[in-house]
Each structure stands twice: as C-alpha cells, then as structure tokens.
Design a protein around this ligand. Structure first.
Ligand code: COA
Length: 326
C-alpha cells in the first residue's frame, strides 16, 4: 500500500536584492573611530550594502519577490498572500507588503507586515507554513527587506558598523508530498519581552521623538544569543527525531561570525556545512537568512533533497528555528 501524502509548503523559488552601494570597513572608519581589523576580528564583517534614496524597503522587497516568482515560474496573479518581515517599513501603514503587492501586480493576494526584528523571516515562514497546511493559500511570498542604514546611529561605533541593507524572498507553494519529501518540516518561534531593553529602536512613528535609532547592549545580546539559538536548534532536532548529523546545511541569521561559530560548535556542525555571508552583507536583519540561503542554492552548495536548518535571534528578544527539505 502506498504511503499517504501530506500537504506541505515547499520552497518553490528564491530571489534577492542588494543595494548598488557597497561600503567597506575602511570607509566606515572614515565616519567613526573604528578599523577594519577591529570589525573583522570581532564580527567577521568586511563590507555592507547601503541603500540609495530610491532603494526603499518596498522597492527592494518587490525586486527580491520578482526573483522568487521567476525561479518558481509562478505568475504574480497566482500569489495568495504576501508576508513581509521588516523593522524599517516605508510607512506605518499601508504595510510594505501591500506596496509590494501593488508593484508586483499580485492582485489576488492579501499582504501584511510582521515585526519580529532579525527573527522576522523565521516568523514569516512559520505563519506561511501554517496558512499553507490549513489550505488558506497555495502560493505565499515570504519576504525580508531592511534598510537599517536609515535607523543606525552613525555616532555609535558599537552598532553602526554591524548592519547593512538588502532583501530576500522565497515563494512557498503547496504540494502533496511523502513523509521524506520536500517542504517545511517544522518551525519553532519564541520571544521574551523582559529582554526588550538590550536591543531596540528608541523611537517610532507613534512616539514624540520619532523616528529613532538602533540601541544595543552588544555584550548582553551576545551572552543570550548562543544559548537561545542552540536551544531553538535542539528543539527542531528533537521535534523531528533527528540529530545534527542528519542536517546537511545550517543557514543561520547573519549577525556576527562569532555567534555563528558558537552555535555551529554547540551543534557539532563542521564549518563547511554552515553558510556564512555576514562578511559580505553584515547584519541585514530579516533579510539575512534568505540572502544566505539564496547564495548557497545558486552556487550549487545546497542541493534538492537536502535538509536545511535555519535559525535566528533578534530584538525582543525574538528567536526561532525552521527545518526544511529542499
Ligand atoms: N571599533 C573599535 N572599537 C570599538 C568598536 C568599533 N566599531 N565598537 C566598540 N569598540 C570598543 C569599545 O568602546 C570598547 O572599548 P573600551 O574597552 O575602551 O571601552 C571595546 O571595543 C570593547 O567593547 P565591547 O562592547 O565590550 O566589545 P565586544 O567584544 O563585546 O564586541 C560586539 C562588541 C558588538 C561586536 C559584540 O558584543 C557582539 O557581537 N554582540 C552581539 C551583537 C549582535 O550580533 N547583535 C545583533 C543580534 S541580531
């Protein structure tokens, strides 16, 4: 008797957008008292992209989404929902997702933004996975798009060297598959609002002192990051009855090379199976995972059928993991 099929959200397409302007560590050192050596040693970052005026959150998100639709061979009219994760939306409302919908001509979709800082893409995958499994939509765009250069305090060398701008998008499509077939296998989402004061933006459109700058207690974030990320990763392994040896690729949120290496070591993952792009993009928050995932798929490292574990942590604190088979 043949095995029953189950409805899953498969990764049907992926696309990215990076702003034209690349800013090296040496150029950052012209703006603040820092050096290439300090930044590389503490973070692994070598350069970042900074958006020009026309490269808004919606512009970049739409560009990445077009790439995802093109690789999937799906028309904009067939998209059922657009979920966009960002901390730097074009406007308080309409949501950036709705602007992207208009730019794409995805007239049959509904769209909304989610605010989960650097964990936004994982949160988006979790929401989209639930919507696809429940039959609410057949094709969902999950987009991370960020222009952190607009909220960085360029007088604070402890934060402004760490972040960059960019966008990444995936198209998730419903497919009936066997147990060992492709698709999102699980997502695990967490937050702890008692840690809100270690990484935040000190303003918003609803506040008198808008728009605000990013503020971070780097040491405290670092202290929590490796432990919480390792716990989210272990949660995914336990829920799926597997060990880290079964994982082909770890695609972590790209905040800091030392955090990435710390989680990799805790997991026992060899460095060759961990995708790292923080050196090229710095921390692009909700965009960092789809940017890294796209690079490793497009250069042929991640292959169809392989098991990929994603993990992220960000302001909130928020954190989580997603396991998917390509
Ligand atoms: N260039 C040169 N020196 C810098 C600097 C910079 N860009 N930023 C900070 N420093 C200095 C500090 O002023 C301090 O100098 P002092 O000892 O004279 O006071 C010294 O470097 C050490 O600062 P500290 O903040 O203790 O450094 P650190 O080893 O904790 O590294 C981070 C700082 C930010 C790299 C590190 O804390 C970190 O990676 N945290 C996690 C951040 C993160 O990933 N956040 C996003 C999560 S989504």
């Amino acid at each position: 008797m043949s095995e029953p099929l189950r409805r899953r959200a498969i990764l049907a397409g992926i696309g990215t957008y990076l702003p034209e302007k690349i800013v090296s560590n040496a150029e950052m050192a012209e703006r603040v008292d820092t050096s290439d050596e300090w930044i590389v040693e503490r973070t692994g970052i070598r350069q970042r992209h900074f958006a020009g005026r026309h490269e808004t959150c919606a512009f970049m998100g739409a560009a990445a989404a077009r790439g995802a639709l093109a690789t999937a061979g799906v028309a904009p009219e067939d998209v059922g929902a657009i979920i966009l994760a960002t901390s730097t939306p074009d406007q308080a409302f309409p949501s950036t997702a709705v602007h992207v919908q208009g730019m794409l001509g995805a007239k049959n979709a509904f769209g909304f933004d989610i605010a989960a800082a650097c964990s936004g893409f994982i949160y988006g995958l979790g929401i989209a996975d639930g919507m696809i499994r429940s039959g609410q939509a057949d094709h969902i765009l999950v987009i991370g798009s960020e222009v952190y250069s607009r909220i960085l305090n360029f007088a604070d060398r402890g934060t402004c060297v760490l972040f960059g701008d960019g966008a990444g998008a995936v198209l998730l499509s419903a497919r009936d598959v066997a147990a060992d077939g492709p698709g999102i296998l699980s997502t695990h989402l967490h937050s702890d609002g008692t840690l809100a004061d270690i990484l935040y933006v000190d303003g918003a459109v609803g506040q008198p002192d808008k728009p605000g700058h990013l503020v971070m207690n780097g040491r405290e974030v670092f202290r929590h990051a490796v432990t919480l990320l390792a716990s989210a990763v272990n949660e995914a392994l336990t829920a799926n009855g597997i060990t880290s040896k079964d994982i082909d690729w770890l695609v972590p949120h790209q905040a800091n090379r030392r955090i990435i290496d710390g989680v990799g070591r805790k997991l026992g993952m060899p460095q060759e199976r961990v995708v790292v792009t923080v050196d090229q993009h710095a921390n692009t928050s909700a965009a960092s995972i789809p940017l890294a995932l796209a690079q490793a798929i497009n250069d042929g490292r991640i292959k169809p059928g392989q098991l990929v574990l994603l993990e992220a942590l960000g302001g909130g604190l928020t954190w989580g993991s997603a396991l998917l088979r390509l």
